[in-house]
Design a protein around this ligand. Structure first.
Ligand code: NAD
Length: 377
């Protein structure tokens, strides 16, 4: 069995799908790992580290000729992956029907791990949680660097400096990591989420959960995820947030609803009422943004407030992000590679079935099929 690891080709992508440490574990299972020269360089994993871990460092064609090809984002030319190979990565299939068709035409068996069911058995493979952890952490560091204020309270001979006030919107995996990071830096942190269950988690991290006057400001849907609110609930949520923003120095916005545009939680009028010099880091920028003024991929300033819409924050912490991603991938490979190093595809397994987007020239995933047959480009 040959596992190939090509260099990532997407603009700004610095991560690598397999680290030398993770490769060593695979080698122990009788697998040959071929890594394209330079694949790990941007993440701080030089070719020599792969060689020391027992990998073959090869050209791109050889890495793409593996029985299994590991990627972070989609390879630039899917037709260069060996026909019929297994391709594993994070391909955003629900917004990329053209790519899914290209994978199917190449007869690839493709697994897109953002579709992983969030069940206990799949926790070690959960790339969304890993990458949200990185993004939540990095969002706070970006905010601290962009803010003109200290995060901690400082008592100095030149007087006492008040701590920053950070407001985290959405307390899922990224939000909770943002809370923890902002607390470590000494800020006073508040958070809000429509899922009441997170109140305890927010408080256990030393932050205050912003409570609504009435208890019905909740919108919990299937699988422990949020769902869209009614118009009236949304209006009251905006009021609640507006009230808090006036005293806030930094907002970390992370609110998302699976399969929908990001909820709009900060309007232009609300930004106008914030203190000049405040910072909003909008982690929902990729999905349209939680703030009305967010521009995807850009930093903009409105009414003296800096609004940061940068995307792919995990690629700005590539060493550790790659390590987490590679561990998730090797845990997933545990389901595909048998004891003798042979490929096993058990479509009865809900993790395999839930993540497989193309197989044998077809698209076995109902949600993805619907999208591709919907005729989107
Ligand atoms: P997500 O990225 O989909 O959303 C981020 C957060 O935004 C969520 O907490 C959501 O409730 C919140 N949100 C949505 N609309 C909002 C609004 N209008 N106002 C305020 N907040 C809003 O979520 P996630 O980080 O992927 O995690 C979601 C859930 O999945 C959590 O319950 C988490 O514990 C669970 N989870 C389970 C597993 C597992 O393996 N069992 C793994 C990871 C996450």
């Amino acid at each position: 069995m040959i596992v190939g690891v090509p260099r990532e080709t997407a603009a700004g992508e610095t991560r690598v799908a397999l680290t030398p440490d993770a490769a060593k574990r695979l080698a122990g299972k009788g697998v040959t790992v071929r890594v394209e020269a330079g694949a790990g360089t941007a993440a701080g994993y030089p070719d020599a580290a792969y060689q020391n871990a027992g990998c073959e460092v090869t050209d791109r064609a050889q890495a793409l000729a593996g029985d299994i090809v590991l990627a972070v984002q989609a390879p630039a030319q899917p037709e260069t992956v060996r026909e019929g190979a297994v391709l594993i990565g994070a391909f955003a299939p629900l917004t990329n029907p053209g790519l899914v068709r290209a994978f199917a035409q190449r007869k690839l068996t493709t697994f897109s791990l953002e579709l992983l069911p969030r069940i206990t058995r799949a926790q070690s493979m959960d790339i969304l949680s890993s990458m949200s952890t990185v993004a939540g952490y990095k969002a706070v560091l970006i905010a601290a660097a962009a803010s003109g204020k200290f995060f901690p309270m400082l008592v100095t001979a030149a007087g006492t400096i008040a701590p920053s006030r950070v407001f985290v919107l959405g307390a899922g995996v990224a939000g909770l990591q943002a809370i923890a990071t902002a607390r470590r830096l000494g800020a006073i942190v508040e958070a809000f989420d429509v899922r009441p269950a997170v109140k305890e988690q927010v408080e256990s991290l030393g932050a205050k959960f912003v409570a609504a006057d009435t208890s019905d400001l909740t919108a919990e849907g299937e699988g422990g995820y949020a769902k869209e609110m009614s118009e009236e609930q949304h209006r009251r949520e905006l009021e609640l947030i507006h009230g808090r923003l006036k005293d806030t120095d930094v907002v970390i916005a992370t609110a998302l609803i699976p399969g929908k545009p990001a909820p709009r939680l900060i309007t232009a009028a609300m930004v106008r009422d914030m203190k000049p010099g405040s910072v909003i880091v909008d982690l929902a920028a990729e999905m349209g943004g939680n703030c009305e003024l967010t521009e995807k991929g850009k930093d903009v300033v409105h009414h003296g407030v800096t609004i940061i819409g940068r995307t792919n924050l995990p690629a700005t912490t590539p060493h550790d992000a790659s390590q987490m991603y590679a561990r998730n991938l090797t845990a997933f490979l545990g389901l595909l590679i048998g004891k003798e190093g042979q490929l096993t595809l058990n479509f009865e397994d809900e993790i395999i079935a839930g993540t497989c987007i193309t197989h044998d020239g077809g698209i076995p995933h109902a949600r993805v099929t619907q999208l591709v047959e919907g005729g989107a480009a």
